[in-house]
Design a protein around this ligand. Structure first.
Ligand code: SF4
Length: 358
């Protein structure tokens, strides 16, 4: 029997005919799709969340290719090689990317449940300009031979699109590595294909308690959060998996105060903990999604800090080849003397606390 999530993949919305079941295409969208040579599309479930008539629908803009993708000015060529430190002297399999001593990213597939138009890994998953050899056993052997690695991020593509037996194999092998303390999985499926969180997958994920699994998903707009996602996240948590969100700051999608606040508040209502907001990276062909670097910190200041619960506060970061650089709003310490600190809150009010000598 074909499971619901597998049926969704069979009906993947990646042709104009299928897309037209969900939206009335504009002339421009149709023209771009007719000449498009990149991988695009999403699940029928996620496509059904698009606005039928509004080309500015925040979900539609993440799914349907834009003519602006051809207008690259600021995007860096070979971005992923730069970003993931692939041109270094350290001998590593293609599947292993490393920016830190104690943790690595382990790429196991280049298939996705949505081919996000803003993806920073687009050279690999959307454009097909970068080819990597994903030999899973080679990656596992490398991790096992590096005792300094205590934390592995399984990434892609979307790792949860692998068949259950392959996910089980991967997790069994990783959990048997004595120096591994935690496993993270980067997956947009709780958002774009929540039916993937089947009972069998829950059994696989929930089998051991000693090496915790964290799933970080990507939700960029409150419209993406549905009852189906809420149920999937609940099921993941019931089997011991914590779920966090890594949003991308996207111009015209979530870069205004109201949307940014609504997104982070709604994430908590479905038990997803806001973890990061990423500045939209300098990958090629996504200039049109990029804001100023300062914008994310301004949004944290104007939409979240003091305006809503501390649980809804992600860290705003710029991801680079030397790691993530946090850029949080710098408005809290207004002044400092030998006697006291002057602190400012989100409303601009100030107060003082004693400066206690160390
Ligand atoms: S799901 Fe992730 S890897 Fe796939 S296109 Fe979207 S952002 Fe990129």
């Amino acid at each position: 029997m074909v499971a619901e999530w597998q049926g969704q993949l069979k009906e993947f919305v990646n042709t104009i005919d299928r897309l037209e079941q969900y939206v009335n295409l504009t002339d421009e969208e149709r023209k771009v799709l007719t000449t498009n040579t990149t991988t695009w599309g999403t699940t029928p479930y996620f496509a059904s969340l698009m606005d039928r008539d509004d080309p500015n629908c925040p979900i539609r803009k993440q799914v349907i290719p834009s003519r602006h993708e051809q207008e690259n000015v600021f995007g860096m060529d070979n971005y992923l090689v730069w970003k993931e430190n692939r041109a270094t002297d350290e001998v590593r399999p293609d599947s292993i990317a490393r920016q830190y001593k104690d943790r690595v990213a382990f790429t196991v597939t280049q298939t996705c449940g949505i081919y996000c138009r803003h993806c920073f890994r687009k050279e690999l998953v959307v454009d097909g300009d970068l080819t990597l050899d994903f030999n899973v056993d080679e990656g596992l052997d490398w991790i096992a031979a590096h005792p300094e690695v205590r934390d592995v991020l399984i990434t892609g593509g979307d790792p949860l699109l692998l068949p259950d037996d392959q996910i089980a194999y991967l997790l069994d092998r990783l959990r048997a590595i004595p120096h591994l303390e935690m496993i993270r999985i980067g997956s947009r499926l709780p958002i774009v294909l929540p039916s993937r969180i089947t009972e069998n997958l829950q059994k696989i994920l929930g089998q051991y308690h000693k090496v915790p699994i964290w799933i970080n998903t990507q939700c960029n707009h409150p419209k993406e959060l549905t009852e189906d996602t809420a149920r999937a996240v609940f099921d993941l948590m019931r089997c011991g998996v914590n779920v966090g969100n890594q949003a991308v700051l996207l111009k015209g999608i979530n870069d205004d105060v109201e949307t940014f606040r609504a997104l982070h508040q709604k994430l908590l209502t479905v038990r997803i903990r806001p973890y990061y907001v990423f500045y939209c990276e300098a990958a090629p062909g996504i200039d049109h999604f990029r804001t100023s670097v300062e914008k994310g910190a301004e949004l944290i200041r104007d939409a979240l800090r003091g305006h809503t619960t501390g649980l809804a506060q992600p860290m705003y970061v710029v991801a680079t080849n030397i790691g993530k650089i946090p850029l949080m709003p710098n408005y809290t310490i207004e002044g400092k003397t030998d006697q006291e600190y002057t602190l400012k809150n989100h409303l601009g009010d100030t107060t003082t606390i004693p400066n206690i000598p160390e």
